[in-house]
Design a protein around this ligand. Sequence first.
Ligand code: HBI
Length: 355
Amino acid sequence: MAKTLRKLLVLSTPVGPLGTGLGGGVELTLFNMAQVLRERGYSLTVLAPQGSKLPPLEIEPLPGAMQDTAQSQGRQTPVTLPPQSVLGAMCERARQRQSQVDAIINFAYDWLPFYLTPFFEIPIFHFVSMGSLNEAMDEAVRKAVQSHPQRVTFYTRTQAETFGIDNVQGLYIPSGLDLSLYDFCDRPGTQLAWVGRIAPEKGLEDALAAISQTGDEMTVWGVMQCPDYWDEIRQRHPHANVRYGGFLPTEALQKALGQCRGLVMTSKWVEAFGNVAIEALACGVPVVSYCRGGPAEIVRDGETGWLVEPDSVPALVAGIEKLPQLSRSACRQQAETEYSLAAMGDRLEQWLSHP
Ligand code: HBI
């Protein structure tokens, strides 16, 4: 019987402190993974940039300069490490702590932890949080899959395929949710929602273009990562009836999101997963999304949402106008069937059982 790995050291994303939203989807994935594995007898310690707080996560904060976000780099951009790098500090701390734990789970979408994997005495499992963005990183991911295919996982098959990897033993780990935190709302108001980091790769301008045509009111929730971009697209779409609702923690977000008649998703890149899609479904909110990346694997077209031609505003408009055809209880039902914490916990344990 393979040694069960009970004591885990987790490397968080080094682009921002946990709990600020700058860590994107990894924040929710990490939070839920910690909760479900702790319930199953695992102990987790998370190495993360100082300033991180995400109770009840046990976090060891590390000082240092944040890593540039991979999505702001080009495909040929060389690997970079700033002076006093927090990523370097996290890897050094992991090296010091490796004798006290059974395995490391790496969430950093960065070359260094992949490169260092064979230098460690204990297994490093890699959870790849985004699709292919950069040649040097692609090499590192493919190399890790070649040497230990069962120690690398992705949210979705679509995401793995962007690396030219078509089967990592078929094990993908879609995010799960603590569904008790999400209330089903079957009597929504009239407005639409858009949720996510406000940054160019998320394509918010297309949602503004669409509501300029449908006349819908829309609220945007998420961390204001690129204020200039927000200002610029508002000027480009002066008739869009949109307001910024701020970055809300889960409890407040699900309460506000549940009141919406639909969630609009407009990612310009191959979204690895799309946590906001399953959060919306959990509240009974159907999703209109470009048929691209993770949301294309999550949304059941015509049943819990509409998957439309990518980058087509007219297609987005048509999807928004067809929202009333969808059943909100079917949305909640799909979240319960496919995206519960238990389902995520089972997949995580299956993944970790291959040291
Ligand atoms: N960029 N370099 C780098 N490293 C990360 O870990 C990283 C990132 N960009 C975005 C990101 N992580 C998170 O938002 C993930 O949840 C996607």
